[in-house]
Design a protein around this ligand. Structure first.
Ligand code: AMP
Ligand code: GLY
Length: 299
């Protein structure tokens, strides 16, 4: 069996090492891969977002199975394009990847299906967003709607910081199109824990809990990053909290399957939770393995 992994980080290296353990895999490729992956697979000179190039190569070289690991090719519809060529893939289609690709979509989905999350309002108009800020308590959280590599979230401690964030997103275009629509939401407190689950869009199989380190600079004083270091399992998670998070993930899988027709979800649904005093709440969904989480979970 010929397997192709799309992506080129530590996450993809961890996936490659696991896939390599399967004796049925006769050839392993990565696009673009990296120096570590090159020791166990053949790296191909494609960017992970080169949907046409990768799909054409996979078809011409009769690849049997593709694992699309990063969010951006999933949101660009790589799994759909592979399906058109009859190539099965691990990862959701474009219409399901939007659960990560649009925070507005995901917040509305959570509201509709009663999935616990921070209270929020959505804005497309800067003046309206600025007026709303006059009514909230601080800290408050401001999020660009679209993908921004984990950097489109600002936790504003004061009104002037919040105004600056809204202006950066909606006036100065700091996150491009991703910031044309924003979410302003309630600030949650508590430790953050991730629960990744395999799903076929109907049932879920949860993996062990993990916790990545988010904020840059010593003393957690810097901006959010996409995650820089991670451990698993998370010892502070009680059995009761794990049960509650798994139940929430079950509900989320059902919601992704039910919304607006079948979304045909196959892959990993990643629940980013905050263990608030009122119980676990979802901070975000990702539609893929976490990076760096995968590097501790898969081994
Ligand atoms: P997100 O991209 O939505 O996961 O947000 C990135 C990070 O910002 C999260 O992992 C949290 O550390 C922080 N964050 C996001 N939303 C909130 C919130 N409502 N309250 C507190 N922190 C948050
Ligand atoms: N480490 C967070 C993420 O993969 O989104």
């Amino acid at each position: 069996m010929k397997v192709l992994i799309v992506g080129g980080g530590g996450r993809e290296h961890a996936i490659a090492l696991k896939i390599k353990e399967n004796p049925e895999v006769t050839a392993l490729y990565a696009a673009p891969g990296n120096g570590g992956i090159a020791q166990i697979a053949t790296c191909l000179p494609f960017k992970a977002t080169d949907v046409d190039g990768i799909v054409r190569w996979a078809a011409e070289n009769k690849v049997d199975f593709v694992i699309v690991a990063p969010d951006d090719p999933l949101c660009l519809g790589m799994v759909d394009a592979l399906a058109e060529q009859g190539i099965p893939a691990f990862g959701p289609r474009k219409n399901a990847a939007i659960i990560e690709g649009s925070k507005v979509f995901s917040k509305n989905l959570m509201k509709k299906y009663g999935i616990p999350t921070a209270a929020y309002e959505i804005f497309t108009d800067r003046e309206a967003a600025l007026a709303y800020l006059e009514t909230v308590s601080f800290p408050t959280v401001i999020k660009a709607d679209g993908l921004a590599l984990g950097k489109g979230v600002i936790i504003a401690e004061t009104l002037s910081e919040a105004q600056a964030a809204v202006n950066a997103m909606m006036l100065e275009g700091a996150f491009g199109k991703s910031g044309e629509r924003i979410v302003i939401e309630q600030y949650l407190t508590g430790p953050e824990v991730s629960v990744l689950s395999f799903t076929d869009g109907k049932t879920i199989v949860p993996m062990v809990s993990s916790m990545d380190h988010k904020r840059a600079l010593d003393g957690d004083l810097g901006p959010n990053t996409g995650g820089m270091g991670v451990y698993s399992p998370v010892p502070i998670v009680t059995d009761e909290e794990m049960t509650s998070m798994v139940a929430i993930m079950d509900k989320a899988a059902a919601a992704t399957a039910a919304t607006d027709g079948a979304r045909d979800y196959r892959g990993v649904l990643y629940g980013g939770f905050m263990l608030t005093p009122a119980g676990p709440k979802i901070v975000e969904f990702n539609v893929r393995f976490g990076d760096p989480e995968t590097q501790v979970i898969l081994p």
